[in-house]
Ligand binder design. Sequence first.
Ligand SMILES: Nc1nc2c(ncn2[C@@H]2O[C@H](COP(=O)(O)OP(=O)(O)OP(=O)(O)O)[C@@H](O)[C@H]2O)c(=O)[nH]1
Ligand SMILES: [Mg+2]
Length: 419
Amino acid sequence: MAPEKTAVLLLRETPGQEGSDPHRMAELRGLADAAGYRVLAEVVQRRTRDHRFQIGRGKIQEALLYGPDKLIFYNPLSPLQVNNIRTEFGAAVIDRFNLILEIFASRASTREAKLQVELAQLAYDAPHVRNAVSFSKLSERSGFRGSGAYEESMYRDIKGRMAKIRAALKEVEVMGEDRRKRRRELGFDLVTLAGYTNAGKSSLLNALTAAEVEARDQPFTTLSPTTRAIKLKERRILLTDTVGFIDDLPHFLIKAFRSTLSEISQADLVILVADMSDPPELLRQKLVASHKALWDCGVSSPIVAVLNKVDRLCPEEISVRLELIRDLVSSPVLVSARSGQGLEELVERLVQRLPALREYQIRLPYSSQGFSELSRLYEEADLLQVSYEDDLVVKVRGREETVARTSAKDGESECDQSF
Ligand SMILES: Nc1nc2c(ncn2[C@@H]2O[C@H](COP(=O)(O)OP(=O)(O)OP(=O)(O)O)[C@@H](O)[C@H]2O)c(=O)[nH]1
Ligand SMILES: [Mg+2]
């Protein structure tokens, strides 16, 4: 087993904010735990930002008394602050973004996920290295140290590698687009589970599809999308589980995960999952963060809001929460992935909100090609009627993409009615 890593967590709260926000520290603890740290202590200070160390010098000294391997800050650290804390106190220090990246790096199992994590890491490092270049140049001007040439070439290397990864990820994204197109042609509706990390997305996927995707009580268990097929009331659905959202994500992290997040933006329907057993204020904060993230992903498809883990709540707790989040979610479905409660209603709602299927009447040639297309339509749509005339006259209900793939003669496929 790897030797245990230890950490002290530090949080600077802004003065003037009402009360302290215990959720921030709790979330940081969850992240540290998921990254494999044993937390020795938590240090909180309310003050304005210290430009040298982010938090007060005394607080850093206090944290170091516990003898941790690392200091982990909730607040983002500038390159200068990292440098100052390292040199002044000889302490290893990271911030919440590094911590998230550490978790991602340890969980990334597919090539795509690994590239995304590397890109995010480089995007994080680039400004730090650029700053090192300017430090060196400054020292050079004042007659100290080297020329900054090493840092400059390192910065160029980082930029070069980032361009390469972006190109590789672009390819992955195009492959994803092709895959979604093919799946739609095969008659599937694409539904994606999205939501704050640890809300129960993977558990819902498992409950709806009898899959066995890993679900654990810690953030970022899922990093790569997993897709499972289900049939819900005659609709053939591919349900995809995705990486969770978290508050205050730096933009570069979202950008790095673009190819994964396009499973959300390009879905026919998005299920937004929230953990209803969170304290009411936290539930609200996480829903706001999730809406922001959906917006960043560029979602334009319908969204069905699902409040999960209702098995943990009594009726009064449920009504307090529903009241508090009324403006954020319209007619949410209350479910428990664990007990199965509410899943039938969820299925009803999903089927209602999926893009309407249409009925088409098409003519296929009376030939082996026509018959092979007919048998494909059996698989990928609902055949309502077939008459064997000079041509095969077929009445079918399905997705436009599926019907468009047949060799039906031009102008003879027609939309009758939508459902
Ligand atoms: N009591 C209760 N626990 C649940 C329910 N659904 C999920 N959980 C638990 O919540 C934790 C997180 O569930 P996951 O399914 O891993 O959540 P996720 O949204 O996929 O999380 P990430 O992939 O880490 O973003 C696990 O410990 C689950 O067992 C539920 O309906 N009731
Ligand atoms: Mg998951």
